[in-house]
Design a protein around this ligand. Structure first.
Ligand SMILES: [Zn+2]
Length: 212
């Protein structure tokens, strides 16, 4: 099969983001490198509004440990992910969808090659969890970077919806059946739409909150 080259089978499957290549400054993060929880806005019972509970009814407290399902590597990306979570409803929805799965998504700065700025690079397993690594080129405008990450989070949602995708080879096969080939990479309409929606929401939010 044309796709099953040795290189691809070694895990170099790239699922690209069709993002613009606008160059721009990158936010300087202030915190140390850290994982960042961007989801789990609700408690384990799905409630976010304890005030609706009767006064004599204590708010439910879950003893289950919370697992951060979307994690950024590095302070710059931590700041970007935090800002995207605040500015974009689509971004929040994607993060929430991931929080309902057994996936843990790492967003890290790096080069995808193949002329693309972001990619869903690998899938591995760690115990009961599936680990997805998203790689992005952080050297672009903030709003565009947020869109690229949102685009890849949509791919993560797609992959996590298929329990049989537990390694990078299965990832490749999944997109061979469910993606649209674009050169040496794959794409989905949903990911393109998600990335564009995040970009639009972030830019609108930036416009509304900029100093006048
Ligand atoms: Zn894509």
């Amino acid at each position: 099969m044309r796709f099953l080259t040795p290189l691809l089978l070694l895990g170099m499957f790239l699922f690209f983001c069709g993002t613009a290549s606008a160059q721009g400054p990158v936010i300087d993060g202030r915190a140390d490198a850290q994982d960042l929880e961007i989801v789990l806005l609700r408690d384990e019972h799905g409630s976010t509004d304890g005030a609706r509970m009767p006064a004599n009814h204590p708010a439910p407290v879950s003893l289950a440990p919370r697992i951060m399902r979307v994690r950024s590597v590095g302070s710059t990306l931590a700041s970007i992910v935090t800002e995207a979570t605040v500015r974009s409803a689509t971004f929040r929805q994607l993060a929430h969808a991931i929080s309902q799965t057994n996936g843990i998504v790492y967003v890290e700065d790096g080069d995808c090659g193949h002329g693309v700025r972001a990619c869903l690079a690998t899938v591995t397993t760690a115990g009961a969890n599936r680990i997805i690594r998203v790689r992005v080129d952080a050297n672009t405008a903030d709003w565009n970077l947020m869109g690229s990450i949102g685009h890849e989070l949509q791919h993560a949602v797609e992959v996590l919806g298929s329990p049989i995708v537990t390694n990078t080879r299965a990832l490749y096969l999944f997109y061979q059946h469910n993606g649209i080939r674009a050169g040496s990479v794959f794409e989905t309409a949903a990911a393109v739409r998600a990335g564009n929606d995040v970009r639009a929401e972030v830019r609108r939010s930036m416009f509304l909150t900029q100093p006048r």
